[in-house]
Design a protein around this ligand. Sequence first.
Ligand SMILES: CC(C)(COP(=O)(O)OP(=O)(O)OC[C@H]1O[C@@H](n2cnc3c(N)ncnc32)[C@H](O)[C@@H]1OP(=O)(O)O)[C@@H](O)C(=O)NCCC(=O)NCCS
Length: 148
Amino acid sequence: MSVELKEIQHGTSEYEKAVQLRREVLRKPLGLEYTPEQLAAEATERHFVGECGESGSPEYLCSACLAEEEPGLARIRQVAVREDCQGKGIGRDLMEFVESEAKAAGYTKVMLCSRHYAIPFYEKLGYECVSDWFEEVGMPHRSMIKSL
Ligand SMILES: CC(C)(COP(=O)(O)OP(=O)(O)OC[C@H]1O[C@@H](n2cnc3c(N)ncnc32)[C@H](O)[C@@H]1OP(=O)(O)O)[C@@H](O)C(=O)NCCC(=O)NCCS
């Protein structure tokens, strides 16, 4: 499957489509929804998607956000691959794309907060756990970091 990775802009129809993908993958299974405040706060972040299909009506298969955590350290958030496309290397390609964008923007490290079951995925990509367990969206998480 050929997936084209690209950056999209907050507040556009493309952004709405990416939010819908994230809603299905990251929120609905937990019985949660994004608040308008949460989505408005994403205006300061960069947004990435992977698409396939006709150029006039591409389908979004994955999505992630990139934010500044502190000078030199970027944070990747909201990593989501459509359920029927998981396990095919798309998450890895998405992470490598977002990491290369973070490096090109001058960041030397990238961090994220991983759900417990996704930790082995991020470890395969070179991330290390740097915190104890904490709870977010009702689920155990750990902070992870990688040098770029
Ligand atoms: C977690 C997620 C982003 C991974 O993306 P993906 O496209 O399914 O993963 P990939 O196919 O690129 O996997 C890359 C490697 O990680 C491994 N991997 C992926 N998910 C894994 C998991 N949960 N546990 C262990 N290994 C995993 C794959 O087997 C593969 O290993 P390989 O290189 O030895 O073949 C995706 O499954 C997803 O969106 N899950 C639901 C939402 C979510 O949990 N997001 C992360 C929140 S922190």
